[in-house]
Design a protein around this ligand. Sequence first.
Ligand code: CA
Length: 235
Amino acid sequence: MTIKEKILIVEDEANISGFIAAILAANGYDTMTARTGSEAISMITSHCPDLILLDLGLPDMDGAGILQFVREWSTCPIIVVSARNHERDKVAALDAGADDYVVKPFGTSELLARIRTAIRHTRTHLPNGEIAQSGQFRARGLAIDYDKHQVLVDGENVHLTQNEYKLVSLLGKYAGRVLTYDFIIRQLWGPKAKNDNQILRVNMANIRRKIEKNPAQPEYIFTEIGVGYRMIDPD
Ligand code: CA
């Protein structure tokens, strides 16, 4: 028997939290619900959920405050579920440590896929917080060979430059998640790197020419306009 994953739903609207709880229960998860920020914090500290779904608009405090509070001591995956659809809200939540961002109204299968991705990432984390980066990443015709530092499409090496390879392998490491431009720049070029999206865009255009059949309609690496990039889920 497998142990059920416990998901905390932080949501002040009873009909929405009831709807989410029903979907999750039907898909084999245990759920708990908090309606306010203070309830959420006491549940997080006492129950250690496996994942948190976090609404940003709560009656007593902003969800961003909860995000910051949790990130001070926990790597528990957090998916922000919000009606706020502005790029700046998504970027702020992801940069504050949210693992993903789902906009209301959302599709059931989309929410479940994001949950699986976020939970899978906590499982592949090594104790020191690093993600194992050996072996291969595979998604359809795309493969990243982490040992040989190569990216292959349909079995052919596409000969990426060093920067292009670093960018693709980082996205592969966090496949299924949106990485913000700022996060990518800091990971690739260090905390003091200039926050210049232009270099990223140029690299991404070159990568797409090499790996995508139609760079204008990518099937492997997607752009979240104004936010960042997301690699397709692995097979
Ligand atoms: Ca709300």
